[in-house]
Design a protein around this ligand. Structure first.
Ligand code: IPM
Ligand code: MN
Length: 360
């Protein structure tokens, strides 16, 4: 008998519950096929709960979640709650308290999926962004004074220490070694590119750049090192995405460039990510948000959530099961779905979920 994994499920707000529901179908199918068990426990964190109880997240949440092998998240964000409250109070707080210091965001165009990039296909759009996930401007020191006056001052600083930078870079090097283009049989070497702004942020990205080359030269000489400024990276993500293999960058830059990346892979309907603590419990999510206007209509695209489920299994070490889900999604995008947009898939949310699960 195979292993049993304990999965915490946070369906969350808006279309979150619908897409998580479809994701569960594939996870269950994969578990049955590959001989392991998934024991799922629901947590009701999100906007509804906040409006009902006035509590954003119980203080015990992180400790409770730490007892699980992984967390599967739908979406956080509610039209009845002021923007920022739930995002900061649930999503960011969990990332920080669970020390999920990596945000892994593959940018992969699946067969049959439309991209806004002219003359680019799955061969060209196939890279991964390793975003630092618990530091930088997101936690930076700051404050405001003289608020509401013409002299108002607002400060929010990019703060990184060596420890944060080094552990993120090491993860990225390891990832490049294991999953880079050489590892995929598509290049002679695995490449890791640092994305920064060394020409302006001369303290923070000087730190990143020095640690990058120091750690790379010493422990990862087999991995080719490149550097790109973040603005140029945006150009190349559109013009020459085939140049990229694995990219590593700060929290804020990673946030921004992965929305661009998601759009090039067909949009939020397919983009998945993992908030990873390599030594602890990780949390997987479709990166599209709660899409309130599509809620409850059975038209939202569940593929991003399904792909997040595959990433979850990969992190648990169930590689064959993860591949089976990914391949099933590829088959669906190549042969079935007409568009990845909500309401235009040619199938309902639950039909798409069923089709993927059947193929798993
Ligand atoms: C993301 C989101 C979050 C972030 C928001 C909702 C706080 O944009 O996961 O990319 O900025 O990290
Ligand atoms: Mn974002």
């Amino acid at each position: 008998m195979g292993k049993t994994y304990k999965i915490a499920v946070i369906p969350g707000d808006g279309t979150g519950p619908e897409v998580v529901n479809e994701g569960r179908k594939s996870l269950k199918a994969a578990a049955t096929k590959f001989g392991f068990k998934l024991e799922m426990t629901n947590f009701d964190f999100g906007g509804e709960r906040y409006l009902r109880t006035g509590e954003i997240l119980p203080d015990s949440a992180a400790d409770d979640l730490r007892k699980f092998d992984a967390i599967y998240l739908g979406a956080i964000g509610h039209p009845g709650v002021k923007p920022g409250i739930l995002e900061k109070g649930i999503l960011l707080r969990l990332r920080f308290e669970l020390d999920q210091y990596i945000n892994l965001r593959p940018v992969r165009l699946f067969p049959g999926v439309d991209t806004p990039l002219k003359n680019k296909g799955p061969e060209q759009i196939n890279y991964c962004v390793v975003r630092e996930n618990t530091g930088g401007i997101y936690t930076g020191t700051g404050g405001v004074s003289m608020k509401g006056t013409p002299h108002e001052v607002a400060v929010q600083s990019e703060v990184y220490n060596r420890h944060q930078v080094e552990r993120c870079l090491r993860y990225a090097f390891e990832y490049a070694r294991k999953y880079g283009k050489k590892a995929q049989g598509k290049a002679d070497v695995n490449t890791l590119a640092l994305v920064g702004k060394t020409n302006v942020l001369t303290y923070v990205f000087d730190l990143w750049e020095r640690v990058f080359h120091e750690v790379g030269a010493k422990d990862y000489p087999d991995i080719k090192r490149e550097y790109y400024h973040v603005d140029a990276t945006c150009m190349y993500m559109v013009k020459s995405p085939e140049w990229f293999d694995v990219l590593v960058t700060s929290n804020m830059f990673g946030d921004i460039i992965t929305d661009l990346g998601a759009e090039t892979q067909g949009g939020m309907g397919i983009a998945a990510g993992g908030n990873i603590n390599p030594e602890g419990v990780s949390m997987f999510e479709p990166i599209g948000g709660s899409a309130p206007k599509y809620t409850g209509q059975n038209i939202i695209n569940p593929l991003a959530a399904i792909c997040a489920g595959a990433m979850l299994l990969e992190t648990l070490g169930e590689l064959a099961a993860a591949k089976a889900i990914e391949n099933a999604v590829r088959e669906i995008t190549a042969t079935k779905i007409t568009s990845l947009s909500a309401g235009k898939m040619g199938y309902s949310t639950s039909q798409v979920g069923d089709m993927v699960a059947e193929r798993v």
